[in-house]
Design a protein around this ligand. Sequence first.
Ligand code: FES
Length: 88
Amino acid sequence: MFKININSQSFLCSNENNLVQAARAQMVKVPCACVGGGCGICKVKVISGQYEMDTYAKSALSDEEAEKGYVLLCKTRPLSDLQIELIS
Ligand code: FES
């Protein structure tokens, strides 16, 4: 299990789950809508830590944003503890 910090909230997430699944299971509110990598509502910035992402729509997260550390919570699985910042 990895510790995920989002602003002042935190929850635990294994590599088996995406960040939205884990947050919801632990009653932590995070921005999400489609939960399918299509809308971009769950876009956040990773400040530190390693992660991997499953397939998502480029209209929801551009390659340029991904290179800058932005991720979609609903398509991101942690590979280490993560420090995340909400962007809205
Ligand atoms: S909730 Fe729509 S892209 Fe993540």
